[in-house]
Design a protein. Structure first.
Length: 302
């Protein structure tokens, strides 16, 4: 995945969310709409999330050290997991609580043009951000469906921004629906119901993000297509006659560790086996460029 594409999508989302957060808080101050307050906190949390993603990307670029010999690439997974926690706590749980309070103690929305105008502006801004995330994702997802892309992507930034933007758009529509129903019926309960729906949506998205990022933190292997390429490149049919067993692990989105025990002929000289291993490593790196750390152990087939 292109790191530049992920950064572009993050910056687009950050600019949109900061502008939207300010507008929502202004609308809440004038109208008293709980949906506006929940949406304002949501946009503020999203802005913090994009800041975390940018920070994680920067920290992941540090050079490997003696204490961390495989580098810091997985820091991007850690910060993406923090994003899920922030989205769950600040966005989802707060919105559910605020909506519950509004349902329990409803009041009419004042100065209706503020929340309606801000929501329309926010929807336009979120469409811009969502469109950027879709455009950048399309450059790397290939033939994968959107669900497969979110589940299989090893770089977390684009899936996180995609789900955040999708949740924001749906949340804005729910907020607009709640505000409009509250205005049409004169019953502020609808504003609270819309707020609760926003909170439930954010909690669900946060749980999906947490589950996917947890898998990356635990350590995922290469994709099936990459595994096939590695196996094909590793065996030359002459000195390297087969693979006894192999393990792969993503050290980061753009760095893959490959460790394998390979079968060689029993009468091959040590120098010949060494040259064959070097050649196999070169073939693997050519077939899968992100396979940067490779350990091959020769053994006799059993």
């Amino acid at each position: 995945m292109s790191a530049a594409g992920g950064t572009k999508a993050i910056i687009a989302a950050l600019v949109a969310n900061l502008a939207i957060a300010v507008a929502k808080f202004v609308a809440w101050a004038f109208s008293g709409s709980s949906a506006m307050l929940a949406e304002g906190v949501h946009s503020l949390a999203d802005s913090g999330n994009q800041g975390l993603l940018l920070l994680g990307g920067k920290k992941a670029k540090r050079e490997a050290s003696e204490q961390h010999p495989f580098g810091y690439g997985r820091e991007r997974y850690i910060y993406s997991f923090l994003v899920a926690i922030v989205l769950f706590s600040m966005g989802g749980v707060f919105a559910v609580y605020e909506g519950y309070e509004k349902i329990k103690h409803p009041h009419e929305i004042e100065h209706w043009y503020w929340p309606v105008g801000v929501l329309v502006f926010a929807i336009i801004a979120e469409i811009f951000s969502f469109r950027t995330a879709i455009k950048e994702s399309n450059q790397v997802r290939g033939s994968l469906s959107w669900v497969q892309f979110v589940r299989r992507a090893k770089a977390p930034e684009l899936p996180v921004v995609l789900l955040e933007d999708l949740g924001a758009l749906v949340g804005l529509i729910l907020a607009l629906g709640g505000v409009c129903l509250a205005l049409l019926t004169g019953n502020g309960v609808w504003d609270g119901i819309g707020t609760v729906c926003i909170g439930v949506l954010l909690v669900l998205i946060a749980l999906v993000l947490a589950a996917e990022t947890k898998s990356l933190l635990l350590g995922e292997s290469a994709d099936p297509a990459e595994l096939d390429k590695i196996r094909t490149a590793m065996v030359d049919g002459e000195t390297v006659t087969g693979i006894i067993h192999m393990r792969t692990l993503h050290l980061g989105p753009e760095e893959l560790l490959v460790a394998a025990k390979i079968a060689v002929q029993g009468d091959d000289a040590v120098a010949e086996v060494t040259r064959a291993i070097d050649a196999a490593e070169a073939r693997i790196r050519k077939a899968v460029p992100i396979a940067r750390v490779i350990y091959l152990e020769p053994d006799l087939p059993r």
